[in-house]
Ligand binder design. Structure first.
Ligand code: CMP
Length: 225
């Protein structure tokens, strides 16, 4: 494991080289092919994962069999920490959306890292606070009656997670497929298609292939958060 790669992971970013070397010894890296189910909801878990490169979808299946996408995680993000921390079963499914390289950390090693390096624990808590805020926004968005609000706030969450800000605009380089957007927003694929078109006509966004540009991020945030 190359130390320079560990340094790029927000969880470990403030650590000294010698600390990173210790952490490297406690991890294993592995490539998972696209569409691989890394974690299954309700299973017992003893490992957590950090994404070195790739994308992982976190989702749950409702009682009616509908998929609810909680988040799409990217390079530097981690998952699988909840079962390790509270000893309960996996809270969601995790599936790779493309070939993905993961760092795997066993429970006892991760707990040891948290004990030895308080900065890692603080970084973990910061990210958990961020995820709680996101979930709060998602609950609010799902309770909205109008489709424009549901889709707009879903796009805002994606922009905040993985968009690139440039001169007041935000570029989402790879918008998830329409069915995935529907499963994030709690609506149908047809509604997604219709609302993105309306958002374009209203001057909020511009679509270029699988790329979506939010034309005025401040205005978008004010209207959809
Ligand atoms: P764990 O419960 O061990 O396994 C499923 C993982 O999905 C969980 O740990 C978290 O890492 C991740 N997860 C669950 N809910 C969310 C969420 N709302 N946002 C991002 N990640 C989540």
């Amino acid at each position: 494991m190359d130390i320079s790669e560990l340094k790029l992971i927000p969880l470990f970013s403030e650590l000294k080289e010698s600390d990173l070397e210790q952490i490297a010894k406690m991890t294993v890296r592995q490539v998972y092919k696209k569409d691989n189910m890394v974690l299954i909801e309700e299973e017992v878990g003893s490992t957590m994962f950090v994404i070195l490169n790739g994308r992982v979808k976190i989702s749950r299946i409702s009682d009616e069999g509908r998929e609810v996408i909680l988040s799409i995680l990217v390079d530097g993000d981690f998952f699988g920490e909840m079962s390790i921390l509270d000893g309960q079963t996996r809270s969601a499914n995790a599936v790779t959306l493309e070939d993905t390289e993961l760092l795997i950390i066993r429970r006892e090693n991760f707990l040891q890292i948290l004990h030895s390096y308080p900065q890692v624990a603080i970084n973990l808590l910061k990210e958990l606070a961020h995820r709680l805020r996101r979930s709060d926004a998602q609950i609010k968005s799902l309770s909205l009656q109008n489709a424009l609000g549901k889709v707009g706030s879903t796009l805002l969450r994606i922009a905040d997670d993985s968009g690139i800000i440039k001169q007041g605009k935000v570029e989402i380089s790879q918008l998830p497929p329409q069915q995935d957007l529907a499963n994030m927003a709690g609506t149908s694929r047809e509604t997604i298609s219709r609302v993105i078109k309306s958002l374009g006509q209203l001057g909020y966004v511009k679509k270029e292939g699988s790329k979506l540009i939010i034309l005025d991020y401040e205005r978008f945030r004010q209207d959809f958060s």
